[in-house]
Write a protein that binds this ligand. Structure first.
Ligand code: GDP
Length: 297
């Protein structure tokens, strides 16, 4: 299960403090030391951990007294709030363009789950927001990516705009938006090419697509299992493409939590969705508070 090690450690740390009728500065020190180690072990970015622990310490020592909670419980409340804030605080929303269609561009490295997530997102928008999306197959390099998206479209009964693998991705994206206008699809979700590593050709192409269709959202899909690599990838993509949101995939796996807990703070980009399995209905709006509760019990 995701966050298992982190959850175990933090929960046992919190247990030590929860019943305390009086929390000394030494108690807070001990607690934050354990929190720090647990987060580092979970592969959370070093600077993120440092800042978080500093905030928890400041607030936990100087906290206001709430009568309904024991001092121990108040300290835990601080930790919960700070973890929630670290992951973005409020649950974020998806843009709606004034002039439809709303264009969403999906970017990310190969294998992160971009194509699957594009389909999941289309399904999500149809189901939860009653939208009528069009998927666009602009990943013309990865063998079978176009076929894969078409299969996803068939499974979901959602249309896919495709011109095979010999067409120009920029033209595909542009024409997909035109078709969506003509067919009254209110969202276009563009699946773009990924590579095994961030490289200049990839970024140049994505920039061209972005310039051609000026997406309302650029969603970066990252594999949460890759920990700090995911954070580095997010930084690169964000520097070049000004990503508007992150989708963390494979949160159903046994990820330690480093990506989920670091990405927002490092890139200042909200985590919008979480992939919770391979099936096309396994996409959830990312809920920082729910995630913090999952970690702290
Ligand atoms: P792309 O190369 O980025 O387009 O990646 P794909 O969409 O082809 O996904 C790569 C693999 O990850 C596939 O086997 C997907 O089924 C799998 N995958 C994608 N998202 C998730 C997820 O949230 N959970 C799990 N367990 N697998 C996922």
């Amino acid at each position: 299960m995701a966050f298992e090690g982190l959850a175990d450690r933090l929960q046992s740390t919190m247990k030590k403090i929860t019943g305390k009728g009086k929390v000394s500065e030494q108690d807070v020190k001990d607690m934050t030391r354990e929190v720090r180690l647990a987060l580092l072990e979970a592969d959370v970015n070093f600077k993120v951990v440092k800042d978080l622990v500093k905030r928890i310490k400041e607030r936990a020592v100087g906290q206001e007294v709430m009568e309904s909670l024991t001092p121990g419980q108040q300290v835990i409340k601080v930790v919960r709030e700070e973890l929630t804030e670290l992951m973005g605080g409020e649950q974020s929303t998806v843009a709606v363009a004034d002039n439809p269609p709303t264009v969403i561009m999906m970017v990310g490295l190969q294998g992160a789950g971009k194509t699957t997530t594009g389909g999941k997102l289309a399904n999500y928008l149809r189901k939860k927001h009653n939208r009528s999306p069009l998927l666009a197959a602009a990943d013309v390099y990865r063998p079978a990516a176009v076929d894969q998206l078409e299969t996803v479209g068939e499974q979901l009964d959602i249309p896919v705009f495709s011109k095979g693998t010999n067409a120009d991705p920029v033209a595909i994206a542009r024409e997909a938006v035109e078709q969506a206008k003509a067919e009254h699809n209110d969202y276009v979700i563009i699946d773009t090419a990924g590579r095994l590593h961030v490289d200049e050709d990839l970024m140049a192409e994505l920039e061209q697509i972005k310039a051609a269709v000026t997406p309302d959202e650029t969603f970066l899909v990252v594999d949460s299992m890759t920990g700090q690599d995911a954070v580095n990838v997010a930084e690169s993509f964000n520097d070049q493409l000004a990503v508007s949101g992150v989708v963390l995939t494979k949160l159903d796996g046994d990820t330690r939590g480093g990506a989920a807990l670091s990405i927002r703070a490092v890139t200042d980009t909200p985590i919008k969705f979480a992939g919770m399995g391979e099936k096309l209905d396994q996409l959830e709006a990312f809920q920082p508070e729910g995630m913090a509760s999952r970690i702290l019990g």
